[in-house]
Design a protein around this ligand. Structure first.
Ligand code: S3P
Length: 446
């Protein structure tokens, strides 16, 4: 997927006096991808409200269209999908362009693994560096075959198996994408597909598969291990889906409001699924004032409005076992740590090295460039906080086609002496196309 503007868009973010106002963030990215995929596999008409209209989700929509689903946009965030039924996807005529989106790629590989078709996946420079063996290995055991670029990377061509062989799989890495890929493959596979998850990860696939009528159950063992069982050859029923606001996007205004002195910001309609809400717990442990009001359920997911008030933060050393519940939020959590009192030590974050960029290295390099003292570890980072003193600032920060790096350093700019320049803000369009107007609305940009 090419960006509308093919030239990098550098931007500088400078100190904000205070942030105020009430905002909403776009729909949850994980739930948006799954809404399109599962609706495309149901027989009949599904309606989705609050869909994230970011480039990653649009890549999923284009792929599902290329394989026979009818997908139309009605109004902002409101989409209609006419599904083809489980097993009914058609051979795509051209390569599936996944842009920057690892979730589209890995989940679709699972979905197609049990279809009788051949598909080629291509992506941008960032996605083409990311490892795919974590999905090609289990999906090969189900009968699919793959021809990948060196290192199990994109471009990659896969041939699905129909019928596929059901798999009983213990996840070697805490990854919702791998779990979901196997479950999606299991939908069109005769027999029982089982995924054993020693460390819980986001459970949107399980919730939504059940909501669409699949026969799926989850058993939780005494040590917290989750065993997910799916009966194959499922028939999915079309749904009306309401997508909650993305907690991973809410993370940016949340941290900005905590850091910029005198701020108070309300972020309405934020998804609060426990498998995603780790950053809120972490920021509270650091001393952050985050109040949840209007707690409710929307579309089978817990949701609430957050009132965030500027607070003096202190350093933390979070337990690595909590990593999956805030896996995408570490970059902005590192910015909070850079402004806190004392030292923060983050460990057990090997997975951050294979995100849209190597987020440990990219954050360490960027934080140093704006005057923060950091030590990069193999599996994490040690950050010396400024104790609330403005960060020096500087740049340009190399964002390496990583939306969350760009937004994290934009937040850092709001509490800097000299401003923080980001080399390229375009990647923000993958997950949070309204980031700049939202920051402007809160008073974070001139
Ligand atoms: C996602 C799972 C996570 C997360 C990604 C979205 C999903 O990836 O980082 O942004 O929607 O399943 P991993 O499965 O690689 O941890």
């Amino acid at each position: 997927m090419t960006h509308i503007d093919d030239q990098p868009t550098p931007m500088t973010f400078t100190a904000a006096p205070s942030l105020a106002g009430s905002v909403t963030v776009p729909g949850d990215k994980s739930i948006s991808h799954r809404s399109l995929m599962l609706s495309a596999l149901a027989i009949g008409h599904s309606r989705v409200e609050g869909l994230l209209e970011g480039e990653d989700v649009l890549a999923t929509a284009a792929a599902m269209r290329a394989m026979g689903a009818q997908i139309e946009r009605d109004a902002e965030g409101v989409w209609h999908i006419h599904g083809v039924g489980v097993g009914g996807l058609l051979q795509p005529e051209t390569a599936l362009d996944m842009g920057n989106s690892g979730t589209s790629t890995r989940l679709l590989m699972g979905l197609l693994a049990s279809h009788d078709l051949t598909a080629t996946f291509v992506g941008d420079a960032s996605l083409s560096k990311r490892p795919m063996a974590r999905v090609t290995q289990p999906l090969s055991r189900m009968g699919a075959s793959f021809t990948s670029s060196p290192g199990d990377r994109l471009p990659l061509t896969m041939k699905g198996a129909c019928p596929a062989v059901p798999l009983d799989y213990r996840l070697p890495v805490a990854s919702a994408q791998v779990k979901s890929a196997i479950l999606l493959a299991g939908l069109n596979t005769p027999g029982i597909t089982r995924v054993v998850e020693p460390i819980p990860t986001r459970d949107h696939s399980e919730r939504m598969l059940k909501g669409f009528g699949a026969d799926l159950s989850v058993e939780i063992e005494a040590d917290g291990t989750r065993i997910i069982t799916l009966v194959g050859e499922a028939e999915l029923q079309p749904q009306n889906i309401v997508v909650p606001g993305d907690p991973s996007s809410a993370a940016f205004p949340m941290v900005a409001a905590l850091l910029v002195p005198g701020s108070q910001v309300t972020i309405a309609n934020v998804g609060l699924n426990a498998t995603r809400a780790g950053l809120i717990d972490l920021l509270r442990e650091m001393g952050g004032s985050i109040e949840v009001i209007n707690a409710r359920e929307v579309g089978g997911e817990p949701v609430g409005d957050l009132i965030v008030t500027a607070s003096i933060l202190k350093g933390v050393e979070p337990d690595p076992a909590r990593a999956p519940s805030m896996i995408d939020e570490y970059p902005v959590a590192f910015v909070a740590a850079a402004f806190a009192r004392g030292r923060s030590i983050f460990r057990g974050l090997d997975e951050l090295r294979v995100k849209e960029s190597d987020r440990i290295a990219t954050m360490a390099q960027g934080l140093r460039a704006i005057g923060v003292s950091v030590e990069e570890l193999e599996d994490g980072i040690v950050i010396e906080g400024s104790g609330g003193a403005p960060l020096t600032g500087g740049g340009p920060i190399a964002t390496r086609l990583d939306h969350r790096i760009a937004m994290s350093f934009a937040v850092a700019g709001l509490v800097s002496k000299n401003g923080v320049t980001i080399d390229d803000m375009r990647p923000v369009a993958t997950s949070f196309p309204t980031f700049l107007p939202l920051l402007q609305q809160l008073g974070g940009m001139a």
